[in-house]
Ligand binder design. Structure first.
Ligand SMILES: [Zn+2]
Length: 272
């Protein structure tokens, strides 16, 4: 079921992980961002488009739950940042990419998640500032924090920020720790600053997971994510409503993620 969050902007949420796909109305069809997750949910989303063609796709970042697609959504180009597309094509070039991708799926939906079109993305130029399509301006805000090539989307005329895996009410910040040379904490704080800098006129923010929110809660979420990251920097599991007994039902594992992040950051510090 599509839920309208602003004029010409709708979301479609998955049952597991509460992934939000975003549909934006264009001149001759729609833009679909991060569609997911299962076969049935992707077909449901395609049916909800009511015969309108998908003229463009966008993947906010190179994680499995943001690079899915389904034949029912048609053959439109699926854009992403150059970094995100490079990462996915590298992944698909691996000898056993399908097995690796399947192993990364949550067991609950491993048999129901279509992988044929997994990660087939079209890189936008490094300096691209908006999605090339016939429709309202959709600005690309590429920033470090959660994953290489992560981009949020700002739709100024609709007052919408599509945040990717940032600013969630259920999922805690997940630092980008894929290599040993970056500064995951500093990058996350920078990512939050870059998003905050463009969020002044945002009426609705849509996180990759969880509930969309209005301006007041968005300010709280920036503060909450910053506090979370600063607690990690101090080597402690954050006191955060998304962690521990106050975690949303089904999201209790964010506590383990938090403990792990503290542990890995300590290990990293010990090595350097
Ligand atoms: Zn995600």
């Amino acid at each position: 079921m599509l839920r309208t969050i602003a004029e010409g902007v709708h979301t479609h949420q998955s049952e597991l992980l509460a992934n939000n796909a975003v549909v934006v109305q264009g001149d001759d069809g729609v833009l679909v961002v991060d569609p997911g997750l299962t076969e049935a949910e992707l077909v449901c989303l395609a049916n909800d488009l009511d015969g309108q063609p998908v003229v463009a796709g966008f993947a906010t970042h190179p994680d499995w739950d943001h690079v899915l697609w389904h034949p029912a959504l048609g053959p439109a180009p699926r854009y992403s940042t150059a970094r995100c597309a490079a990462r996915m094509s590298e992944f698909r070039a691996g000898p056993n990419w399908r097995t690796s991708a399947a192993e990364g799926l949550p067991p609950e939906i491993a048999d129901e998640t279509p992988l044929d079109l997994f990660g087939l993305l079209t890189a936008l130029p490094e300096d691209a500032t908006e999605i090339p399509w016939a429709g309202t301006e959709v600005r690309i805000i590429e920033h470090p924090a959660h994953a290489p090539g992560h981009a949020a989307l700002l739709i100024p005329e609709r007052g919408v920020l599509v945040a990717g895996d940032m600013l969630s009410d259920v999922l805690v910040p997940n630092l980008d720790e894929l290599n040993e040379t970056n500064d995951p904490i500093g990058e996350y704080l920078l990512g939050l600053r870059l998003l905050e800098a463009v969020a002044g006129d945002v009426e609705v923010a849509v996180p990759g997971h969880g509930s969309p929110c209005g301006p007041a809660e968005l300010r709280d979420r920036f503060e909450q994510d910053r506090a979370y990251v600063l607690a990690l920097r101090e080597g402690r599991v954050p006191a955060d409503r998304r962690v521990g007994p106050t975690a949303a039902p089904g999201w209790e594992w964010t506590t383990d993620i938090s403990i792990e992040q503290v542990r890995r950051l300590a290990e990293r510090a010990a090595r350097s």
